[in-house]
Design a protein around this ligand. Structure first.
Ligand code: SF4
Length: 432
């Protein structure tokens, strides 16, 4: 399997477990028991992996500041895949996150050639209205990349820490790739890091809910966050086997290490370019002290951004879901009756004949109707498990599932579209 993941192509990632080994994405399972009132997508393992999400959970539990951020490229119709990310953002906002949603118009303009006017129109009328209709509250931030000076200024700064070879290794850029396309990659890193700017309360854990194909952005951005920071703390051991921390200055102004030397209690030793802390037993406290010193000296002190990774839905006809094939997906602006019809035409995991279905049972894991219920249309886990049970034991017919899912889809689309109309009235509560 080719596991090179490219956010600009729609490569189907078949074997998610490879991502754990190859890219160091951690399984989400291990954190699940710490989450109070987990989201449907967490409970059902649609969210399967993470990076550094434990810091976000700590912040939720300790009621400390944290942020959630994700972006949408205004290049097509909003569909159920986008809804899934929006729900994750809103869930975190409800848990106390400062929530940021970026409309990636710079990316749409540079990569897809979409005019600025069209980007704005699609951004508002497809994405932002649905985001509000799904429950995003106005105390969060919705912005367009092209009009956010914070994002643009930060992307310029970040651009000084990455070169063509690195971008090319991550994204497969070639000599034909336009400079704007490269700038848009760095702009997305600025999207991810900018919730930690002083304007928004400074460094904090920030989670980016994404599909696994977006991991290159996360890796690039975590690396850039490290490169921007003035200090690095390394855990070391001396020749007697005693553990200590070494604070390495990467680009700290003169005097910063000396100040840390004076501030950190206990035994410390100052050297040229680094400071050894010999008896720190609380790493988090030490980290906080170092970050505060960096902020005083005008640095960023970025916390490496966290991410959650979700599975993709398959296309309604099997294979990949594609924005350019209307029959493969349900758009949130599909006419409700048309949405229901698409469900009825969807591929199931049913057998060739009713007789065989009764004998062998169906295959819910190959069924796009079941997937719709699991991802979107059925909140009650017990109800869903019962359908699964009835399916695999041959007690259920695909017709009954299709009728149920089609009815729920029609109702969801109708309700959602009504809420979008109400959202139009509320647009001015959101600073766009
Ligand atoms: Fe899918 Fe339902 Fe048919 Fe099972 S019975 S394969 S869940 S449609």
């Amino acid at each position: 399997m080719n596991v090179k993941i490219d956010p600009w192509s729609s490569t189907n990632i078949e074997d998610y477990s490879k991502l754990f080994e190859e890219f160091g994405i951690m399984p989400f399972d291990g954190l699940y028991s710490r989450i109070e009132d987990p989201h449907r997508l967490m409970r059902r393992k649609v969210i399967f992996g993470h990076r550094s999400y434990e810091h976000v959970l700590d912040a939720i539990q300790n009621k400390e500041p944290f942020a959630v951020m994700s972006g949408f490229m205004p290049s097509g119709r909003i569909h159920l895949g986008h809804k899934m990310v929006m729900e994750e953002i809103i869930w975190h906002q409800q848990k106390g996150a400062d929530a940021f949603v970026g409309i990636a118009d710079r990316e749409a303009h540079s990569v897809r050639g979409i005019s600025w006017e069209k980007c704005r129109d699609t951004g508002i009328n497809e994405y932002i209205l649905s985001l509000i209709a799904l429950g995003f509250e106005p105390h969060g931030h919705i912005y367009f990349q092209s009009t956010s000076d914070n994002v643009k200024d930060l992307s310029f700064e970040l651009g000084s820490k990455v070169n063509y070879s690195e971008l090319s290794a991550i994204y497969g850029f070639t000599g034909e790739t336009s400079v704007s396309h490269m700038v848009s990659a760095v702009t997305q890193s600025a999207d991810i890091l900018h919730p930690q700017l002083e304007e928004y309360g400074g460094p904090k854990p920030t989670v980016i809910p994404v599909g696994a194909d977006q991991d290159p952005h996360i890796r690039l951005t975590r690396g850039l966050g490290h490169k921007m920071n003035m200090f690095k703390i390394e855990g070391r051991e001396n020749k007697d086997g005693n553990h200590y921390f070494s604070i390495r200055s990467k680009a700290a102004p003169e005097g910063a290490l000396e100040e840390l030397h004076d501030t950190i209690p206990g035994s410390t030793k100052l050297f040229e370019g680094h400071l050894d802390v010999l008896d720190a037993d609380n790493f988090e406290e030490l980290l906080k002290t170092v970050r505060n010193a960096e902020l005083r000296y005008g640095g960023y002190a970025f916390v490496p951004p966290a991410a959650t990774y979700h599975r993709f839905m398959s296309g309604l006809q099997g294979g990949k879901m594609s924005s350019s094939i209307p029959e493969s997906h349900i758009a949130l602006l599909d006419e409700p009756k048309e949405g229901a019809k698409k469900v009825k035409r969807a591929k199931t995991g049913g057998r060739i004949s009713l007789e065989e279905q009764k004998k062998l049972g169906g295959e819910p894991d190959k069924c796009s109707v079941y997937e719709l219920l699991l991802f979107h249309l059925m909140e009650d886990d017990q109800e869903l498990l019962q359908i699964r049970e009835e399916c695999v034991t041959g007690q259920r017919t695909c017709g009954s599932c299709k009728n149920l899912a089609a009815e729920r889809m029609e109702k969801f689309l109708k309700d959602h579209q009504e809420k979008r109309e109400l959202a139009k009235e509320r647009l001015d509560e959101y600073c766009l």
